[in-house]
Design a protein around this ligand. Structure first.
Ligand code: ADP
Ligand code: ZN
Length: 292
């Protein structure tokens, strides 16, 4: 089967072709501008590839309720032009193939659970730290949707006393995880893009402090068997040991499991599928849509 996968991110749209087993054959990316500028690229890419189904793994918030009039819409994003945008309806109308749809992080969590770092486990948490911060949760072998979908980037953190910008930059919340620790927050706090800050820059002590609060909170709230951290900011590999150590320190021996006490290097990990978690998840969504 020839399936299309679209991983729609805040910075870039990754279009891929692959198969129902999640094999990725090709990847092309386009910058995320306004829908009027970006949609024609996505549509012509998939039209030229002759796909049988499309899976869309989208930045959010999105409407995931199948019966809703706004199913497949982007809802309350601050991103210019994308608020209340009928993303899935527009793609479906143009391509006329079965389409699967979920959040980018849910798709990545599904893929990491099925064939990546959490293969063989019944639960995991996948978090992307990029333009936004979001998390997908697999519990008892099922992706969690619930009321809408989890908004893992928007819980409140305890600011570090040395943080020069302790309120963060989320337009909705004072001091939420995304507003404190996404790529743009690092850029605004330190005046330089995250990728240009050297490993000994104070940005990383602060970043790992916030990501460790996230991991420690996830451990006590969700008890996932694996925490997988992806997204552009996690390309800074030196963050992993910092986050692991601080997570252990914050939990302070309370959660007595070898995964955390003795083997945290294999508990908080990078994606098993590398940069392909999202597109692989989108391929799995496409395969499911075709089956239905
Ligand atoms: P998206 O969120 O659009 O899917 P990314 O996950 O690549 O895309 O996130 C982009 C953000 O990650 C930007 O804020 C950028 O500064 C940051 N980023 C990208 N690459 C790196 C890197 N190598 N090191 C640190 N930060 C990075
Ligand atoms: Zn927020």
């Amino acid at each position: 089967m020839r399936l299309g996968a679209l991983e729609a991110g805040g910075t870039k749209m990754v279009c891929s072709i692959g198969d129902e087993a999640g094999h990725v054959f090709s990847r092309v990316s386009y910058p995320t501008l306004t829908p009027a500028e970006t949609m024609p690229h996505l549509i012509s890419f998939f039209q030229n590839e002759g796909i049988e189904a499309l899976g869309v793994a989208s930045f959010g918030p999105v409407d995931l309720h199948k019966g809703s009039k706004t199913y497949g819409y982007i809802t309350s994003t601050p991103k210019p032009g994308w608020m209340d945008y009928p993303f899935l309806p527009e793609l479906r109308a143009a391509l006329n193939v079965p389409c699967g749809f979920d959040t980018d992080v849910n798709a990545a969590a599904i893929a990491e659970h099925r064939m990546g770092a959490a293969k063989g486990l019944s639960s995991c948490l996948y978090v992307t730290v990029g333009t936004g911060i979001g998390g997908g949760i697999v519990a008892e072998n099922k992706i969690v949707h619930g009321l809408t979908h989890p908004e893992f980037g928007h819980f409140w953190l305890r600011p570090h006393p040395d943080d020069p910008t302790p309120h963060g930059f989320c337009p909705f919340h004072d001091g939420c995880l995304e507003g404190m620790a996404n790529g743009p927050a690092i850029m605004k706090r330190w005046g330089k893009p995250a990728q240009e800050l050297p490993p000994d820059h104070p940005a990383w002590a602060l970043e790992s402090y916030y990501l460790a609060q996230m991991c420690a909170t996830a451990v006590v709230v969700l008890s996932p068997e694996k925490i997988i951290l992806g997204g552009g900011v996690m390309q800074q590999e030196h963050l992993f040991p910092l986050v692991r150590k601080k997570t252990q320190k914050m939990l302070n021996g309370y959660v007595r499991t070898p995964a955390i006490l003795d083997d945290i290097d294999n508990y908080i990990v990078a994606p098993g599928l590398g940069i392909n978690s999202g597109v692989t998840g989108a391929l799995l969504l496409a395969a499911e849509a075709l089956e239905k």
